[in-house]
Design a binder for this molecule. Sequence first.
Ligand code: HAM
Length: 420
Amino acid sequence: MNIKRLKGFRDILPAEASAVRRIESVCAEVFARYGFSEIRLPLLEETLLFNRSIGEATDIVEKEMYTFTDAGDNTVTLRPEGTASAVRAFVENGFAKSAPKARWYYCGPMFRRERPQKGRFRQFHQIGAECFGFKEPAADGEMLALLWDLAGALFIRERVSLEINSLGCREDRAAYIDELKKFLMGKTGELCENCKTRIEKNPLRVIDCKNEKCKEATAAAPSILDWLCGECSDHFSAVRRILDGEAIPYSVNPRMVRGLDYYNRTTFELLTGELGSQNAVAAGGRYDGLVETLGGPAVPALGFAMGVERLTLMLGEGFGGDCGQPVYCVFRGEEGAKAAFSFRRKLILDGIGAGMDFEDRSFKAQMRSADSSGARLVAIFGESEVAEGKVSVKNLSDGSQSTLGADEAFEMISNFYKSA
Ligand code: HAM
């Protein structure tokens, strides 16, 4: 029987997994400095949670969710994103009332039944941040600065660009949508089939459509920024002033509407030209009404999520860094095997990862294993070394080799790594 993984689902093999681990740990450090604590949320939630928060007329809810009825007859869904669960947890665990200010981050898998392509999978991973309790533009500034600093810590600032927009408040959006619908009604003949049906259900998505025909037809569509009320307009200007003051580069894209319904005011995307059509490395915005929608008090909130697969595609597996075993022990004969085994274990106990073959193969074959393991030093336990209680240490980077007493060799390797 030859069972394969499901389409759009991936095995994250060790080299990529170590890059992911490094991405997560770099991000965790930056999150901690900004005062964000980790939260771990369930993968499975009641379907209603996503319908209510992401929106019934969105692509995610309409056609991308993994929804099923469990044995207890509950309709449940594998989470397609983390914000809805974070808000549910915020309300359900009493934070909304007792401590309505919180900064959380999370890392983990999300599930959307989209058409798989480069940078788009059915199970993918997000590193997300959510901040509750701040209505001030400084909180938007903090989120954008945090995202920009994560891009800095991951060394991708030169390879991404930040776009921002404001979707205003509910009233602004309602007035804008009326105007937009009028405009789109005059363009129905020029729109793709999908957008024709979106005019009624979700007209904002039409101006965000990637289809060239639709882009042309909506080139002169009204801009949401012209429909912002005084307060929303001031809020957006204040956010922009913070970015300018912090010298964080961005551009304003009034056509960025986001595919989830809960947003208001500031929205943003971190884009790259390196991943084809899946060009968003991260995205987010404000969602001031969601805590209330999900049964809590009126607590303003905002956040973003980064796509981990998109980051690893950009950074490459090499981002995982050196292998965990920078030393490799090779040996000859039974005595050599024993000496190498003990030496390796002593290194490991001293905090230095070391590998070895257990099979008494030719030196050449063992050296090949050392090379492919990514080790930088090889400790050699040949017959002559073992007879004299010595070890030869070879530096694989420059080819140099010296033979030392076992204790000296251990000291030398230990110093080599501790001073590196
Ligand atoms: P989103 O734009 O749907 O927003 O997803 C955020 C990021 O997740 C995207 O920019 C992308 O990098 C990654 N992503 C999304 N779908 C896929 C996929 N099928 N395959 C690979 N990567 C993907 C949200 O999910 C919001 N919850 C973000 C947020 C948090 N807004 C406020 N707080």
